[in-house]
Design a protein around this ligand. Structure first.
Ligand code: PEP
Length: 246
């Protein structure tokens, strides 16, 4: 059975004071014995703060990106081993903002997933099609291609990842995919994952793209949706906890 998981992606938001309030609010509001896991992926400078605020709680934390390289002359980059030192559980790789704004290719995303696993953390592998790709009928082939690129790099270790379907047109737009559409794509991804064995078929498949407290329940009720990757709404304690509990 895939684990149920709701992950907040703070993106490039936050400051020490607001983070303190947000992390304390999450810690106070999330039950220790919850059946669903929640996590927050914060900007690199705040990893220590998430670690300090959430250690010993039922909430895990992680990063939003990682270098595909282990160490060396890569100015401005952050290695997986460095992130792991902060007790991180997850690293988001291949978010569409990284792919479109920073030119990350399928191959780079795959290498980042590998580097994350190598350092003992779980990559949250993001896949998703643009609106033009969906309109042209290529939506499903795009997400399968993105997933296959990761599998071709890490092989059976795909079973140790989390996969997030995030249609690019739904991210930060307020225009979420319908549960029917999201489920249809998740079914395709699940089928593809199953081809790599039972464990791969059981990875947690998250939906991301304008999830709010108001639409989370219908999305999370879908057979192949195991939770969510939440952007904007993860910056508000009540909204994020309501989504996580949906
Ligand atoms: C995201 O950044 O991964 C995301 C899903 O953003 P939002 O929830 O704001 O659409």
């Amino acid at each position: 059975m895939p684990g149920k998981l709701v992950v907040g992606n703070w993106k490039m938001n936050g400051d020490l004071r607001h983070n303190d309030a947000l992390l304390a609010g999450l810690r106070a509001g999330w039950p220790v014995r919850a059946t669903r896991e929640i996590s927050v992926c914060v900007p690199f400078p705040y990893l220590w703060q998430a670690q300090a605020a959430l250690s010993g709680s039922a909430i895990s934390w992680g990063a939003q990106n990682v270098s595909e390289h282990a160490h060396g002359a890569y100015t401005g980059e952050v290695a997986a081993s460095m992130i792991a030192e902060f007790g991180c559980r997850y690293v988001i790789v291949g978010h569409s903002e990284r792919r479109t704004l920073y030119g990350e290719t399928d191959a780079m995303v795959a290498a980042k997933a590998g580097a994350t696993l190598q350092a003992g953390m779980t990559p949250i592998v993001c896949v998703g099609e643009s609106w033009a790709e969906r309109e042209s009928g290529a939506g499903e082939s795009v997400v399968v291609r993105q997933l296959d690129a990761v599998v071709s790099r890490i092989g059976g270790r795909i079973a140790e990842t989390v996969v997030a379907y995030e249609p690019v047109w739904a991210i930060g737009t307020g225009r979420s995919a319908t549960p029917e559409l999201a489920q249809a794509v998740h079914e395709v991804l699940r089928k593809r994952l199953r081809e790599h064995g039972e464990a791969a078929g059981n990875v947690s498949l998250l939906y991301g793209g304008s999830v709010k407290a108001g639409n989370a329940k219908a999305l999370f009720a879908c057979a192949d949706i195991d939770g969510g990757l939440i952007g904007g709404a993860s910056l508000n304690v009540d909204e994020f906890l309501a989504i996580a509990g949906a």
